[in-house]
Design a protein around this ligand. Structure first.
Ligand code: P6P
Length: 325
């Protein structure tokens, strides 16, 4: 059965050798992570027979293991100079001659493994700013608008890699039988408007007044605007954003009173997702500023995020800025 375009062939025609190397290293590693995630429950049972694996290493949590695997695959690929991860305190030099730096959330939403809910790997790729040698944090403190690629892999009922190299968004579904990703979304466009909003409404008491009024507006009945909207919230950014990208609507993680800049990390959660959503025709801001225009000050800094269909995000911003009626 013809399965269509293979990821490797697709990337090779759209990226230079170095970027192709980085992206295929990431993709190969996510195939392994997909297998581990799908077996997590079973390995837990196996783990009950002893917490030491055949190499004599302590069995690590899956997100820490994913982090180590991603570093190993990118280092072996040879083109990735530096690595920033939610799991590492500082940046890591992988190949001094590499020309790219990668920011990664190795296994976002990993607490959902226990309940078999969708989780994911999120990544963005920039060119290094330094010429060669050891990378520094400065190589990563670049705005998302300068990224050369971004994407995620959602480990759900199927494993799907969503990717952009700046020319639209393409999706590839993992075919475990022959260990390959095949093109299944040939140019994703997010609906201009959607009827789903996604937020942890349990935090409402901490939301500012404009957001509270927007959420009240979402659930009022109004046929012309398709309201009331539906609330969908998985508690896994990759799962919630994958649905938003395909079905439309808005995902919100605001700056709460307790969290001055929100919970989600700018460089390896907000930027990659914003890059993809904008490439698909959507919009992503922190409520005021375009996410991709933010100049990061710290490698693990957080940001509020309002992201999804352009009409939904703009309508929400009207309430945030006090202009909505
Ligand atoms: P809350 C998962 O822990 C995560 O980092 C994102 O994947 C998700 O969108 C968010 O946190 C959920 O946070 O506070 O609603 O549980």
């Amino acid at each position: 059965m013809a399965k269509g375009t293979n990821l490797n062939d697709f990337i090779a025609t759209r990226a230079d050798q170095g970027l192709t190397n980085v992206l295929l290293s990431l993709a190969e590693c996510t195939k392994m992570i997909s297998r581990l995630v799908s077996q997590a429950g079973i390995s837990d049972i196996l783990g009950a027979t002893g917490t030491v694996n055949f190499q004599g290493e302590t069995v690590q949590k899956l997100d820490e293991l994913s982090n180590r695997m991603l570093m190993d695959y990118l280092r072996a690929g040879g083109a990735c100079a530096g690595y920033l991860s939610e799991e590492n305190e500082g940046v890591v030099t992988l190949q001094e001659g590499g020309q790219y730096v990668v920011a990664v959330d190795p296994l976002d939403g990993s607490s959902n493994i226990d309940v078999a809910a969708p989780i994911g790997t999120i990544f963005s790729v920039h060119r290094r700013l330094s010429a060669s040698g050891q990378v520094s944090e400065a190589d990563f403190l670049q705005p998302g608008r300068d990224a050369v690629a971004a994407g995620y892999v959602v480990y759900g009922s199927s494993t799907v890699l969503m990717l952009s190299v700046g020319e639209g968004v393409y999706g590839f579904t993992f075919h475990a039988a022959d260990n390959s990703y095949y093109l299944t979304y040939n140019g994703v466009k997010i609906p201009a408007a959607g009827k789903i909003y996604s937020v942890n409404q349990g935090n409402s008491a901490k939301f500012d007044e404009g957001l509270k009024r927007y959420l009240e507006w979402c659930i009022q009945s109004d046929k012309d605007t398709g309201r009331p909207y539906s609330l969908r919230y998985i508690g896994s950014m990759v799962g919630d954003l994958h649905r938003t990208l395909l079905k439309g609507g808005i995902f919100i993680y605001p700056a709460n009173k307790g969290e001055a800049k929100g919970k989600l990390r700018l460089l390896y959660e907000c930027v990659p997702m914003s890059y993809l959503v904008e490439q698909a025709g959507g919009r992503a801001t922190d409520g005021k500023v375009r996410i991709l225009d933010i100049i990061p000050a710290e490698i693990h800094e957080r940001s509020a995020i309002y992201i999804g269909s352009a009409e939904n995000v703009k309508r929400c911003e009207e309430f945030l800025h006090g202009g909505a009626v």
